[in-house]
Design a protein around this ligand. Structure first.
Ligand code: ADP
Ligand code: MG
Length: 440
């Protein structure tokens, strides 16, 4: 069932339209947001669809293909702490828009999330932004017309997540979902919210970007995230700066020498070098130097692992296996403690014969290696998956990757449903109203 099917079945009649918004993955710039730093997300081909119609009253009815329930709430009763569960992400959007002074009427909305839920790919922002797009169009708010207008919707969706769903996240997810353009990454300056579109034409360069779920379920101990933030704030106070963004890379050594605490020194080193790596990645992308991007991915992972200490053995193994398998670079992405790793590599076709993987490189070369000898434990799943997703891909690999991900999804939507995602540049699309349903 898709969003339109759910709408027909649960509300009756036809929706006025279908809107959608994508999930995202951050290329580089981890744990920089709360330090006023830089991040570089791209939108994914995986989107959440919202089939919606306006109502003549103040009621919001929502249903989801993934949850199957119907939730009904009066818009006038929505506020912090009033709506629980998944529908809070939806109900928060009209609430936040009303808070920002926009007149929003009731609506029926059925959603279908094709972004894996809870996998760190921002299904929550995709949900809010798809609903926000529907609300904007249905109420004539014009919030999709320009980047400036979309920025209003970004902050409304962020408020929905922070204030109504109760998730204290930054605005990167919503910015990526609403602002990313095809074949571009979004350089996001978390100090002032400024954005810039950076060419990300890796497909034309014969590259693919893989996102791999390690399936490691390390509970992000609340205290860990808080402790990282506290260490950064404490170091900033010692150094007399508002945020660590103000420490230039050239001043890093001097700053470190003024920090008595060893742990804080390492945290600061990660943040300052990571922000510098985002800048370097942007420059390398502009020059089309993808090998350099790969090196920066590698360095980012080492920094997150050793200085920021947010990696885990499963991530380290997957990253090592990706490099071993020919990736240009690999790193964990997301906050850590079990988040999926990212790797960027040349498209490679893998064929298996008598327990041996034959790797055919894009340059026409061929390498033979034993999967069991060359890959650390736990990695072959990712490699096999990658072969599945990239095999036979010409220009048409995009749809195949999306179909694979859809097939991998199991009802109930847990992390376990999600394995590997191949994201090529051609898959990155901006938010659009009423996408053709054939895209599903
Ligand atoms: P992520 O954003 O990384 O996927 P989050 O925990 O931030 O993980 O958001 C996941 C939550 O968003 C789900 O647990 C659910 O409450 C809500 N959600 C997202 N998409 C849907 C959907 N299609 N249907 C119902 N709830 C959804
Ligand atoms: Mg989220």
């Amino acid at each position: 069932m898709d969003a339109v099917g759910a709408f027909r079945e649960r509300f009756g009649g036809e929706p006025e339209g279908v809107w959608s918004a994508p999930g995202r993955v951050n290329l580089i710039g981890e744990h920089t947001d709360y330090n006023g730093g830089l991040a570089l997300p791209i939108a994914l081909p995986h989107r959440t669809y919202a089939a919606a119609s306006p109502r003549g009253d103040r009621v919001l009815r929502v249903t989801s293909v993934q949850t199957g329930d119907v939730v009904e709430v009066s818009l006038d009763e929505v506020g912090p702490g009033t709506v629980g569960g998944w529908s809070a992400y939806v109900a928060g959007v009209p609430w936040a828009l009303a808070q920002a002074g926009y007149a929003v009427g009731g609506l029926d909305v059925a959603v279908d999330g094709r972004v894996p839920l809870g996998a760190g790919l921002s299904s929550s922002a995709a949900l809010e932004c798809a609903v926000g797009a529907a609300i904007s169009d249905l109420n004539g708010l014009g919030l999709l017309e320009s980047d400036d207008a979309r920025a209003v919707l970004v902050s409304a969706c962020r408020r929905a997540e922070n204030d109504i769903a109760g998730a204290p996240t930054g605005g990167m997810d919503q910015s990526a979902s609403l602002l990313c353009r095809p074949d571009h990454a979004l350089l996001l300056d978390c100090r002032d919210g400024a954005t810039e579109h950076v060419p990300f034409g890796i497909g034309a360069a014969g590259l693919v970007l893989l996102v791999i779920d390690t399936k490691a379920h390390h509970a992000l101990v609340d205290g860990q995230y808080g402790a990282r933030r506290a260490a950064c704030e404490s170091a900033a106070a010692t150094l007399g700066v508002e945020t660590l963004r103000e420490i230039a890379i050239g001043d890093l050594e001097g700053a470190l020498s003024r920090l008595p605490d060893e742990v804080e020194r390492r945290r600061v080193r990660h943040v300052v070098t990571e922000i510098d790596r985002v800048t370097a990645t942007v420059a390398a992308l502009r020059r089309g130097e993808y090998a350099e991007v790969g090196h920066l991915f590698d360095a980012s992972h080492v920094s997150l692992r050793d200085d920021y200490e947010v990696s885990c053995p499963e991530l380290d193994v997957a990253v090592a296996a990706a490099r071993d398998a020919g990736a240009l670079g690999a790193r964990m992405t997301g906050g850590g403690f079990g988040a999926p790793p990212l790797r960027s590599c040349r498209p490679t076709r893998w064929r298996r014969s008598s327990g041996v993987w034959n790797r055919h490189t894009a340059e026409g070369g061929s390498a033979r290696r034993s999967a069991s000898r060359s890959s650390p434990a736990g990695a072959p799943t990712a490699i096999r998956r990658r072969r599945d997703a990239s095999e036979g891909r010409g220009g048409g690999g995009v749809g195949r990757a999306a179909r694979l991900a859809a097939r991998d999804r199991t009802p109930g939507y847990t992390n376990a449903a999600y394995r590997v995602l191949v994201a090529a540049s051609a898959q990155v699309r901006p938010l659009g109203s009423a996408p053709p349903l054939s895209m599903l």
